[in-house]
Design a binder for this molecule. Structure first.
Ligand code: PLP
Length: 414
């Protein structure tokens, strides 16, 4: 079958109306996948909790969500959202700098700053816009932004939006990063941007070396903690805690989302006061876009407090991650260099990944395929996310289902 690629082909260039051609191509790919009963995206959930999802009346074990610490539905978070709804309603009718700031937004930003050991923080309407807006706001025409090749799309889009020179270095390759830094003009402003945990592969950036190189070449460092907040470090404080790095200022721009471990929506930037003041007045996505709804701000703040109060969730997650990765590897799967809850199970070509996901869903394990161009050709995969909400029996059962599916499609010998 055809996969849902969005790539160019000769047809596009030759088409009379390339826009209409592109739309028709996608329509055809989706139609073809649906016809073969292999279209697995956008399925509406009828019920959701941390470890389960109900789709089409079927209760499935959830292995596709980012609910790393199983916080969705936590009574303290629910109560905070309800109280905020009572007090402020569902929206703010304003952007933050004008009518949109409530005391809840200020309290959320104070809580984030404290959690991330930064002087100040700012909250934006999503992690995507936090990356896009911040990178574009910081860089000027003569600057250079240097980005890991596997960084998230929102970082890539921010780099494209900024008018600076955009350089990408081989994934987690410190020699390549040093070359890129060395090649940048001496007087140019330099910004290095990396994910802490890479969202497709689940591996961790070599942060100590990135920090060393940024210092050596006088570059600012921005780290996206979308998948490390609540996940890395003994108490879930993130990548600096993971590496035991005490100097909190070794990351200039600490970015994260309120949509993965935190069961809300939004993104944040934390750092020095002068940086946050600058960003609050020059990030177009902050200045010209509405504030987070108050119940969301309150839920996010309460979530940070729950992470602090219930550190056992982080320990459960860590032991589940180890159990899951070891079990998959023992069964013969290639899980790349993942050491986090994001576990790629490499299938190879797109078709095998689609089939593995479909067979798993048929056995009530909800997992999704990730195919090219989201990942390099030949490394299509199912991406299975384990959380603190799973118990060992559920993880074992899911691994057995993946093993059967892997054998059925020829990823594992039968
Ligand atoms: C590494 C990374 N950064 C940023 C984002 C965007 O965050 P959000 O979904 O909160 O907009 C994502 C989302 O998947 C991500 O994986």
């Amino acid at each position: 079958m055809t996969s849902l690629k969005n790539g160019k082909s000769s047809g596009e260039n030759g088409a009379e109306n390339p826009i209409a051609w592109r739309i028709a191509q996608m329509q055809e790919r989706v139609r073809s996948a649906k016809e073969q009963d292999l279209y697995l995206y956008l399925q509406p959930a009828e019920e959701v909790d941390g470890a389960h999802v109900v789709i089409n009346g079927r209760r499935m074990l959830q292995f596709a969500s980012y609910a790393y610490l199983d916080l969705l539905g936590h009574p303290k978070i629910q109560a905070a959202a309800h109280a905020a709804m009572e007090e402020f309603g569902t929206g703010t009718h304003g952007v933050r700098v004008l009518a949109g700031t409530t005391k809840l937004h200020v309290e959320l930003e104070r809580t984030i700053a404290q959690f991330k050991q930064a002087e100040e923080a700012m909250a934006l309407s999503s992690g995507y816009v936090a990356n896009l807006g911040t990178i574009a706001a910081l860089l000027g025409r003569n600057d250079v932004v240097i980005s890991d090749k596997l960084n998230h799309a929102s970082i890539v889009d921010g780099c494209l939006l900024a008018r600076a020179k955009f350089v990408r270095f081989e994934h987690n390759d410190m020699e390549a990063l040093e070359r890129a830094l060395g090649d940048a003009p001496k007087r140019a402003g330099k910004l290095v941007v990396v994910d802490a945990v890479f969202s497709m592969d689940g591996d961790v950036i070599n942060l100590p070396d990135v920090i060393r190189l940024c210092r050596k070449y006088n570059a600012m460092l921005m780290v996206d903690e979308a998948h490390s907040l609540g996940v890395l470090g003994e108490t879930g404080h993130g990548i600096l805690q993971h590496f035991g790095i005490e100097d909190q200022d070794s990351i200039d721009i600490k970015m994260g989302t309120l949509s993965k471990t935190i069961p809300a929506i939004g993104g944040y930037i934390a750092g020095k006061s002068d940086l946050i003041t600058y960003l609050k007045h020059s990030t177009r996505a902050f200045v010209f876009s509405a504030a987070l709804p108050p119940p969301v701000a309150a839920a996010a703040k309460a979530s940070f407090e729950v992470i602090e109060a219930e550190p056992e969730r982080v320990r459960t997650l860590r032991s589940n991650v180890n159990y899951f990765i070891n079990g998959l590897q023992e069964r013969g799967f290639n899980t790349l260099k993942s050491e986090t809850p994001i576990v790629p199970i490499i299938a190879g070509d797109d078709e095998r990944a689609w089939m593995m996901a479909k067979l798993s869903q048929d056995q009530d394990i909800f997992v999704l395929p990730i195919v090219s161009p989201a990942v390099p050709v030949g490394t299509s995969r199912i991406r299975a996310n384990v959380t603190a909400g799973h118990n060992l029996k559920e993880i074992e059962h899911a691994m057995n289902v993946f093993e059967q599916a892997g054998k059925a499609v020829g990823v594992l010998p039968s």
